[in-house]
Design a binder for this molecule. Structure first.
Ligand code: HEM
Length: 399
């Protein structure tokens, strides 16, 4: 007997009560029925939703699918759908333009180069821990720890001078003793202002280079000014919110899984595995999308040219067909294969940087504050499910 075809589904968004780390329950229900389901997008487009690991991974690697904003529909709150590509926004380019970016950037984001950055990140983390100690608990961890670390790391990578980081500090709160506060995020400047800023900085670096990524790119002549400015702005956009969320949600997850935290404390050599497992389990960048450029046969269905496939990275990372006991956080798990940093054509360019930040920050935090605990575990406000990045809004902790 053949199953009745399902009406197009909306993207499940409601997370199960009581477990802020589990994906919306509706995703698992759809995945059990089929790895690829018809879906109605927020703008009314009738496309597809991929929930199974193999299908999501296959689409991410398939050049017959496009990631351009003006080709694909977006399954979450609108982030510029329909707009032509912004110069430098490599994530939303297809071949051959995207290949050129990857070729030119891959050699500048090597694991070796990023590892040389470990000392800088260790200093950044230590300074944030000092600031926490100085302020005394309770503190709001996103503000004092989880956001400044990636923000300052990407600034260091690009070579944003310290005095400019302060220039973008509209959030300094006089009531908290301004000097000790850090910029909340460049993102608040708005994308155009960020581009303008980096266009000027790149021009300066071209004539007076320093030892940083922007100088390297500006003097290479590989990118025209507008692409360079967009690329730097995209690094901040892509690199800050995602890592902020991983650091804060990761601390929340470890504090509420004391057995895992105890294991990590007892065996610091597990830090690398713990980071990979948290990436899989939390999947903060939870959803992507691609549009078919031609008809594509996928999971026994035909995705027609022009149709968009929403890609549930969080569902793929919890697929029991790929991971044993996928809903358990197990930092001893042999890592590998998760899609938390994407995969295929657009895998995360900054993944080594993000990994180093997490590998340094988690152990250092729990080392410095062994009695760290949540102030009000029952009352933690989570981000809106339609945000591109999942996580906590705030995380009040004390020790
Ligand atoms: C834990 C932190 C991070 C997470 C979870 C994350 C996640 C991701 C994911 C899932 C993608 C692929 C999206 C897709 O295919 O639709 C991606 C791409 C990208 N990420 Fe990250 N990312 C993180 C940190 C960073 C950092 C620190 C940087 C830069 C400094 C960065 C820069 C990029 C760029 C430029 C791309 C586009 C790559 C391309 O188009 O080839 N990310 N990231």
């Amino acid at each position: 007997m053949t199953e009745t075809p399902m009406a197009p589904q909306h993207l499940p968004a409601a997370r199960p009560a009581g477990c802020p780390f589990d994906p919306p329950a509706g995703l698992a229900r759809l995945r059990e029925r089929s790895a690829l389901t018809r879906m109605e997008f927020p703008d009314g487009h009738h496309g597809w939703l991929a929930t199974g690991y193999s299908v999501v991974r296959a689409v991410l690697a398939d050049p017959r699918f496009s990631h351009r904003n003006d080709r694909r529909h977006w399954p979450l709150a609108d982030i510029g759908q329909g707009l032509p590509p912004i110069p430098g926004d490599m994530l939303h380019l297809d071949r051959p333009e995207h290949t050129r970016y990857r070729r030119l950037l891959a050699s500048r984001f090597t694991m070796r180069r990023m590892r040389r950055f470990t000392d800088v990140i260790t200093e950044i983390v230590a300074a944030r821990l000092d600031a926490m100690r100085h302020r005394g608990g309770p503190v709001e961890l996103v503000e004092v720890f989880a956001r400044p670390i990636p923000m300052l790391s990407v600034c260091e990578l690009l070579g944003v001078p310290p005095e400019d980081r302060d220039r973008f500090t509209p959030h300094v709160r006089p009531d908290r003793g301004g000097a000790e506060e850090l910029p909340t995020t460049f993102v608040d400047m708005g994308f155009t202002a960020m581009q303008d800023y980096f266009r000027d900085l790149a021009a300066t670096r071209r004539t007076t280079p320093a030892d940083d990524l922007l100088s390297d790119l500006a003097t290479s002549g590989d990118f025209p000014d507008d692409e360079l400015a967009g690329l730097a702005a995209i690094m901040l956009l892509a690199g800050v919110e995602s890592t902020t969320s991983m650091l804060s949600l990761g601390v929340f997850a470890l504090l509420t899984h004391p057995d895992q935290l105890t294991a990590l404390r007892a065996r610091p050599e597990l830090a690398d595995r713990a980071v990979e497992e948290l990436m899989r389990y939390l999947s903060v960048v939870h959803t992507g999308a691609r549009a078919a450029l031609v008809d594509v046969e996928l999971a026994g269905q035909v995705v027609k040219a022009g149709e968009t496939v929403a890609l549930s990275l969080q569902s793929a990372n919890r697929d029991p067909a790929r991971f044993d006991a996928p809903d358990e956080l197990d930092i001893g798990r042999v890592p590998g294969g998760h899609l938390g940093f994407g995969s295929g054509i657009h895998p995360c360019l900054g993944k080594e940087l993000a990994r180093i930040e997490m590998r340094v920050a988690f152990p250092a935090l729990f080392d410095r504050f062994p009695t760290l605990r949540l102030v009000d575990p029952e009352d933690i406000e989570m981000r809106d499910p339609s945000d591109n990045v999942y996580g906590v809004r705030q995380l009040h902790v004390t020790w």
